[in-house]
Design a protein around this ligand. Structure first.
Ligand code: ADP
Length: 899
């Protein structure tokens, strides 16, 4: 209730002052009553005594004379003049003989005086004749009917003048008692007290008001004003100051406050200046960041344009280029009639230039993929010798033609390296072809040894060092640094004679760095060059490869932008519930896009994908690009374009039929001309009708393009492989897309990259006819010599061979390469042959792959039983001689092939 008192200082002071005033007042009233009563009683008792003395003096003479009438008159006068006074004259028996009050005469004194102490004193006085001791502060009191009286006693002594009447034997004849009514005195004291009280009570509000005013003026207001200023100050007003009116504590407080404001405002001014400076810097930085951001955006835009351009170039340039090469080779082959030498020369130039152009396109695509971090390595153990041996034969005709030599020396101690076989082949091919190109006499030497790079002396090597050395033209010292840069071809005066794109070494460097290796060159101008690079001997070195991480943040950005759930952009691409691929671009007008063929050229974002079929979130830079697209929901899948099969697709003939599926009529035309002599080629432009057509004509084999509108080659392949009527028809993929792994995993029999060479295609088809059951062989052994031995023989026999040096790589190779037969060492350490067998038993679609087991011991019957009929042969390596082993394998394979 009195909370407000607690809150306000002025009230507190006021209450304190009031308390003090009340205390003083109460004390004053008490003192007045106490001492006032006493003082007045003292006066009254003195008056009573003096009255008693004067009465005694007045009656003394008449008493001596025995003039009782005079005494009475005297007493009557007293009664008249002094109403408050009673006088009693008594004899020694305390009987009243005279009195101001006649009615009490002849009564006992005790009848009138009630106070026992007074009566006792009277008795004592009458007995002794002594005047009782008188203390005006402690007079004898009597209370009658509630009224207070003061009593004064005076003995009437027997003196000589009295002897004549009373004789002399009595000392005391009687006594004079004066009783004074003190009630008036008390009333006066009470009246005074009341006056004091009334004055105090009437002055109190004035005192309260005064105190309040003073407290407000002197304390509360200055403090409130100070508080107000402090608040303003706290809110940032640095101009506040307090008016100092007094020099008291409030004044000191005000002074201190002003001093504090002054100090803080000067500090704040300094701070503001500093902030202003920093803000200016920040603004400058933001401006620069903005510029940078814009530059980044521009770069992204350029990158986007580059990607689009490359994608366009990839298909739109490579397709006609393939057609040019195909038709020219047909002309050279004399398919359309004989040609003369000059025509032949010209046509050969056309082919060479077209191939050169195609190479340039492929190189540009490769380098842009490497730079965009979009090359994923298929890491496995690789036997360097085997790898080099598999490449060198390709160069043999050229080497021979130029009168050079090509040798390879691999140090004994070099173990298997880790890497992507295809990519490493590309590295070797680039380096060897450069070496051949720039060497006119002498030869090329390939060497491999253990490298001491990345280790201290005495530690186990972690890299192999491979060098390709030539005795060619060499490179000037100043050019060495530049040759790995894109499009750099040094010595431009002579370069025309060597051709090339200036991208080969950039690609090589990119691929080697993906393998965590390095590449360098030493050269003496005019004498030759030596290109060396390292490859890892430990898998861990490659495991640290930074792969694109699907960042939910990116998907979130798109989800927010398009107002769709985040998961939409994290899942695999699909359209209308069916998985789709939008391989090259989301821009309509691209053959790969579902809306290809429509007039519209809007940018479509296939849900869950980005433009090259990858998950969008893995490529942050694509997010902005994709925001410019429309999310595919109602895209038109049917184009208006007529996909009429070309003219002769209906017929069947005695010749074996090949169904050629390609959206490019020229490609089909070339196929017909390539194969027309030996096969009946039925072309089909519309991929959607592939299954129907295959069921209808039951071809010997199907050649299948991948990048086709509406339904791409992958979908066609899947359909063909899932329909019982068509699943056994071999499918040869002919494409510019290098996705062998996917092709084989979907059931393709062969995979040929465009431009297709007539001979290669014919050989593949013949092989298909010849060995219908076994074409691809996987050799799995931890011993590279064994793998090399068997592999080489199998290759020579015409099989396509893949190798693996442990169980894990073997399983991967089975998945990617889909071999028709596996030669497997059962007794490999760690993840070995039994794991591979376990995989073959349990995985889908691989259970029927025939196995030739290599062991180093004889298997028990139970072990053989466990292998459950998959085994075509068990060969004990430790007892069979090399030749016998190879003979046994060959025989087993031919049994399986024909079987
Ligand atoms: P290109 O396609 O022109 O060969 P590369 O990137 O492969 O492009 O090579 C770039 C340049 O490096 C070549 O043009 C050539 O000048 C130089 N060069 C590459 N290899 C050799 C070599 N073995 N001997 C001499 N010069 C070479």
């Amino acid at each position: 209730m009195f909370g407000f008192i607690k809150r306000r200082l002025g009230y507190k002071i006021m209450v304190a002052m009031l308390g003090i005033i009340l205390l003083v007042l109460i004390t004053e009233i008490y003192m007045r009553i106490y001492f006032g009563t006493k003082d007045r009683l003292e006066i009254a008792s003195t008056i009573s005594r003096e009255l008693a003395d004067s009465v005694y003096a007045g009656i003394k003479y008449p008493m001596e004379l025995g003039d009782s009438e005079a005494i009475k008159i005297e007493l009557t006068d007293i009664r008249k003049n002094a109403k408050d006074v009673e006088v009693f004259i008594c004899n020694f028996d305390q009987e009243i003989t005279y009195s101001t009050h006649e009615e009490k005469v002849k009564t006992k004194l005790a009848y009138s005086i009630q106070n026992k102490a007074a009566l006792r004193t009277i008795t004592e006085t009458l007995k002794t004749g002594e005047v009782p001791e008188f203390d005006p502060r402690k007079p004898l009191e009597d209370i009658v009917s509630g009224r207070r009286y003061l009593i004064v006693i005076k003995p009437i002594l027997n003196q000589k003048d009295c002897y004549h009447c009373h004789g002399s034997f009595r000392k005391v004849l009687g006594g004079l008692v004066v009783r004074y009514d003190a009630e008036r005195t008390y009333a006066q004291v009470i009246a005074q007290r009341n006056r004091t009280f009334i004055i105090a009570v009437s002055l109190l509000p004035i005192a309260i008001a005064l105190i309040y005013l003073m407290a407000t003026r002197l304390v509360r207001r200055p403090v409130e004003s100070l508080a107000e200023k402090a608040k303003k100050f706290a809110e940032g007003d640095m101009t506040v100051s307090v008016d100092i009116k007094t020099e008291d504590e409030i004044g000191i407080l005000g002074n201190t406050f002003n001093y504090m404001v002054e100090r803080v405002s000067s500090a704040s001014k300094r701070l503001e200046e500093e902030i202003e400076r920093k803000t200016a810097l920040l603004n400058e930085r933001t401006r620069l960041l903005g510029l940078l951001e814009r530059a980044n955006r521009d770069l992204r835009e350029l990158d986007k344009l580059k990607s689009t351009f490359l994608a366009n170039m990839s298909h739109e340039l490579r397709t006609p280029m393939n057609a040019i090469i195909g038709y020219t080779e047909l002309l050279l082959d004399g398919v359309d009639g004989p040609i003369n030498d000059e025509q032949g020369k010209s046509l050969r130039r056309v082919v060479t230039n077209a191939r050169h152009l195609l190479q340039l396109i492929n190189d540009v695509l490769d380098i842009s993929k490497i730079e965009a971090g979009k090359v994923e390595l298929e890491i496995k153990e690789i036997d360097l010798k085997w790898l080099i041996d598999s490449i060198t034969p390709t160069f043999e005709p050229l080497i021979k033609q130029r009168g050079l030599t090509l040798t390879a020396t691999i140090d004994e101690g070099v173990p298997l390296v880790y890497g992507d076989e295809d990519r490493l082949k590309q590295v070797f091919i680039n380096l060897i072809s450069n070496a051949i190109k720039f060497t006119h006499q002498g030869g090329i030497t390939i060497s491999a040894k253990l490298s001491d790079r990345g280790i201290k002396a005495g530690e186990t090597p972690i890299f192999a060092e491979i060098c390709v050395e030539d005795t060619g033209i060499g490179i000037k010292e100043g050019d060495i640094e530049r040759i790995f840069d894109k499009f750099v071809q040094v010595d431009l005066t002579t370069i025309r004679q060597y051709e090339g794109t200036g991208l080969g070494l950039s690609i090589v460097r990119g691929l080697i760095s993906l393998h965590k290796g390095m590449i360098w060159v030493t050269s003496t101008y005019g004498k030759g060059s030596k290109f060396c690079f390292t490859l890892p001997l430990k898998k861990e070195l490659l495991e640290k490869l930074a792969k694109p991480i699907v960042e939910p943040k990116m998907a979130e950005a798109l989800a927010e932008y398009f107002g769709m759930p985040t998961e939409t952009f994290l899942k695999s691409p699909e359209l209308g519930g069916k998985p789709i691929r939008c391989w090259e671009s989301v821009r309509c007008g691209q053959p790969s896009c579902p809306a290809y063929g429509t007039d519209e050229s809007r940018c479509w974002l296939v849900l869950g994908t980005h433009c090259t079929g990858m998950k969008i979130a893995a490529y942050p830079e694509k997010v902005d690009f994709c925001k410019g697209c429309e999310v595919i929901k109602n895209i038109m899948l049917e184009s208006e374009r007529g996909d009429k099969p070309i003219k002769d697709e209906s017929g069947t003939s005695a010749k074996k039929t090949i169904l050629a599926i390609d959206d490019n009529p020229e490609a089909i035309d070339i196929m017909k001309k390539y194969l027309g002599d030996d096969y009946e080629v039925i072309g089909l432009l519309s991929s959607e009708k592939a299954l129907e057509k295959a069921k209808e004509i039951k071809p010997l084999a199907i050649t299948l393009d991948i990048l086709m509108p509406k339904k791409d080659g992958w979908q066609v392949l899947k359909e063909l492989k899932s329909a019982p009527e068509t699943q056994d028809i071999p499918v040869i993929i002919l494409s510019i897309v290098e996705e062998k792994k996917l092709g084989f995993s979907l059931g393709a029999t062969e995979y040929v990259l465009k431009p297709v060479e007539k001979d290669v295609l014919l050989r593949k088809l013949r092989n298909l006819e010849k060995t219908t059951k076994v074409r691809r062989i996987l050799i799995v052994d931890n011993d590279p010599d064994t793998v090399r031995l068997i592999g080489n023989v199998m290759k020579e026999t015409g099989y396509e061979v893949t190798t693996a040096y442990n169980g894990k790589d073997a399983i991967k190779a089975i998945q990617d390469f889909r071999p028709d037969l596996i030669v497997l060492n059962l007794t490999m350490p760690e993840m070995g042959g039994s794991d591979v067998i376990e995989y073959l038993k349990t995985a889908d679609g691989v259970r029927n792959i025939p196995l030739i087991l290599l062991t180093q011991k004889d298997l028990s019957e139970k072990e053989i039983d466990d292998l459950n009929g998959m085994i075509q042969g068990i060969l004990n390596k430790s007892v069979l001689a090399k030749e016998d082993l190879l003979k046994e394998i060959k025989e087993t394979i031919s049994k399986v092939s024909t079987g």
